[in-house]
Every structure is written in C-alpha cells, then in structure tokens.
Design a protein around this ligand. Sequence first.
Ligand SMILES: [Zn+2]
Length: 594
Amino acid sequence: MFHLHMKRVSTLIATRNKQWYSTVLFILLSTFALVSNAALAPETANPTANSTTHSKPRLILQITVDALRGDLPKRYVNVLGDGGFRYLMEQGIDYTNAHYQHANTETIVGHVSLATGSVPAAHGMVGNVWFDYGQGQLTYNIEDARYHLLTAGADVDSSTEIDPTQKAATVDGRSPAAILSSTFSDELAAHFNGQSKIFAVSVKDRGAVSLAGHAGKAFWFSKSSGEFVTSTYYYQQYPEWVNTWNSGKPALAYAGKSWELTHPATAYMFGESDDREYETDFPGFGRTFPHAYGQADDKYLTTRLTLSPAGDELTLDFAKTLMDNEQLGEDDVPDYLAISFSSNDYVGHIFGASSLEAEDNIARLDRTLAELLAYVDKKVGLDNTLIVLSADHGQPEVPGYLHELGIDNAHYIDTSALDKAPAIEALKKQFGMGEELIEAYYHPYVYLNRELIKEKGLDQALLEDIVAEELLKFNGVAAAVSSTALRTANLPDTLMNRAILRNFHPKRSGDIYIVFEPNVFINDFDGLTVASTHGSPWRYDTFVPVIFAGTGLQPKSVSRMITPYDIAPTLAAYLGVKPPSASIGNPLAEVLGD
Ligand SMILES: [Zn+2]
C-alpha cells in the first residue's frame, strides 16, 4: 500500500512538471478574470449614484445580532412581543434575501464586512484567527501588543475561556489596526470634522472594535473581570460613567439566579423538546431549563451569562448608560452607536438553532430590542434615528437534529485526522519534510511551511496543489483550493471559487482553503464539544436579515437578493457621506427613497 502511494505521488509530480510550461503559458494568456474587481463585487446590478437629499438623522443605530440566520426571527414569531423584531419587520424595510458572498462566515469577517461594505480580500479580516508568517504564530484578529487593556485582570483567562479564537491571542491588547479599509463610522468622523460621537458596544471584543472603526470608541465585556472594558487605543482612562457602571457589579446581580423560560412551554415550537442528547452539557448549566448561572464565586458565572440572554441584557444596560452620558443624538451632528448582541451566537453553538434555548433566546432578545428602541425613542425619537439591523453570519443545523428528520448526510469532522492521513504522511516522506510540511491548520486555511519548502528548493505551487488534492479525498471535504491557483486565476469561475477569492488576502490567507460539505463541520472548541459551528460558504451560514427602520422610512418587504456589503454604502449615501474606502456594495434604493 505504501509503495503504491509513493508511486502514485511520484507519477503525479512527474505529470505536473510536464504541465508546468503549458500552465505558465495559460496564466500569461489568461485575462485574470477571476482576480478582477468584477469578480470581487457581488453579482448585483450597479444602480446609478444617488443624489437624493434627506433630512439628516441625529443618530445612526447599527444593531448586529451575532449568528442571526435570516429565517430565525420570523420562524419564532409566535414568541415575539411588540416593539422589538415586530416593529422592525413590520415598520421597516425588510430585505428577506440577503447573503454574504465571502467564503469564511465567521464573526470578525462578517462584522468588518458590515462596517466597511467590503469583503475580506479588501478589508483584510480573512478569519477570526490566521497564521502570521512574519511572527511565526497564530494571531487573533484584533490583538495588538501596543494597546493594553485599560483594566488590570481583564485579559482572557485561558483556564475558563471557551471561545477558542480568543485563546489564540498572545497579548491582552486590542485595536482596529488590522482592519485595512475605512469603516462607515470612520467616514462619518471624517465628514463631520470629528464632531460625530461614535461608539460600539458588544460582549465580544471583535463585535465592538470592528464597528467602532478606527475613529470611534469600543467597549466590550470581560469575562475575567465581569466588567465592560476597553484598551489604550481608545482611552488613557475610563470616563467616570464607565467606572460607576462597573462598580455596581451588574454581572453579580445574576449570581444564584437562572435562565428561565419567558412563556409557558406550550407557547414554543420546541416546548416539548428541551432535552436533546446533542446539546452541550456545559458544566453547571445543563441541557434543560432552568439553566443556573451559578454563585458569585463560581469561576464560570460570567461565561454562563454570555451563553444566555443575560449577556445581551448587560450589553443593553451598558449601551443605555453610554447613550445618556455621552449625550448621543442630542445635537444636529449625527452620532453613531453600534451594538452587537453576542448571546445568539453562543446559544447556537451550545444548543443549536433548533432548540428551546435558541427559541427562548430570540424571545428574550426581542424584549431587549424592544427596550432599546423604546429608550432611543424617548431620548432621540425614532423619527430622528436611522436604524439598521443585520447579522455577521447565519448558522447551520445540528447534525443530530437533522438525523431525527431523516436527513443523514450531516456529521462532525475530526480535523486532527487530516494531518495524520496516510497520503499526507507519504507526502511528507516524499519531500523529506517530516512533521513540518504543514505549519498550521486553522479554519479555514492550511498553512504550509513556506520557509522549509523554499529551503529544500521545492515548488510551493506544486505542493499546494498536491496537498489540496489529497485533502479533497477526505470524507466530508467538498473543496480544497490552493492560494496559488487563486492568485494566478487558474480556477474555473464557480460561485464557490468566487467566494474563496473574495476571502483571499495575499498577506494573510493560508495556502489551501478547505470547504466541508453542507451540514458537515468541526465541533471541537479546543476541547469543548459544541452542537454546531458556522463558517461555511453554504446558504445557512451566508443568510442574514437586513432591516432598515426609523426616520419615517415606509414599511416594505423586499425579496430581491442583496448583500450585507450594501449596508455601509447605504448609510453613507443616506447621509451624503463618501463610501468607505474599499466598499463594493450598492446603496439600497428603497432606503434612499428612489
Ligand atoms: Zn459571529
């Protein structure tokens, strides 16, 4: 068997070398169609620039719900009240067919796409984590050694942190420096000579830093300190109101309490199916209601708050205090407040999108949104506020849930098997590279050991191709695309290749992009087994709501396909501000009143 492998690989290499000159010729003659801007832009019509003038809103409120798949609010409409999702869907302009068009549907990628109106190929956030060849280590998207956290003891505690991307950070500091293009919030600052007040708040650091942009101020929740924190990029010392809010220890108010159902069980689609064996039995939290948060001295108390509607409630309370103290929306210069609600994402990972927990979380989030909108109405007036709600990505269904429905082709994948596979082992021996052929695998890229490949005088492109071909043989792998092929436009022009190209940044992307088949994903969160993981280019992960409301917009439901990249240029056009530097989206005609 081993000899057969070696022979096959050698034959493959020989064949490749023969093809080399014709490949080079093909590249020289090709039109580079795949790497043109046309391929990076979504496939929608490009309407003429808008010149309509509007009365300027006093506040732009950008709401992001982490992992809110486009169907979820309407699916769970029976547990919704008034003034939250219903207000937005019934009184706003509701785009019911909005999809991301980049391949890696992860949190930082989506948030920065919302902020910049662009794709990772241009804004540079290709994943929550990537391998930095210069540093020789994995890097977390917004980590920045220059700007420490402003609160001592607020750094990620790797003994309790369950978010594996956070654990990849090597320093406590955070900043937007790695976001390569401007955000709408940056453009707002530039347009109004810095007079717009710009803030972003989220449980997740990346949910806030992304939307604050380079010019705004970001606050996020530290599970270690139980406080909302920031870094020295934004402040040298906290505004007094932040200290006051934190000193009230609002997280501790949840100690000894539980997440309970909002309605009687019979009101829910999943009321009779609380306990599913595929839900994560997080220590002390359990698979069924009520989910206990734990006592004040429990080291997982704050983590459990983020796995429940409590995380969003804390975010709302902090955001209201911010609005008050920073006087948002109180003068004629438009201010900007971005709030990213993170709980829906964690609940999805732990329990799945089709669970009683997900359904009740939507019901609770709906109350949180209603409270937010009522507050904004009282302080600024909804007629003076331009609201947009969207999500950074969708989410898949849990394989176990699909199995119950007779849908069998769903399963988890164990990626540690990829590197240990006989064919990859044979490749390493063939090239005399031992264990070092693959530098790192971190979703969605395989990073080859470029230095060693060079040292040994081997051809990087050839190795990428061969490894990609071997990876493609694994059960559950739908595509393995080499970056050299992307760079040289040496690929068929398919939707999938376009999505992977939109994700490709030459300084950050790895060497081979792996796509798993639909309903197939990794469920290992660095030791914690979760129910579902998003991050694919499949429709359940690209599908998000986009709803504009406020400022007297006329209610409308729009089924035309749009992209979330349209949001930032729409906000810009609405205010007569120039679009963000790498924006590829189109201003939405319905919002502009065309
Ligand atoms: Zn997310």
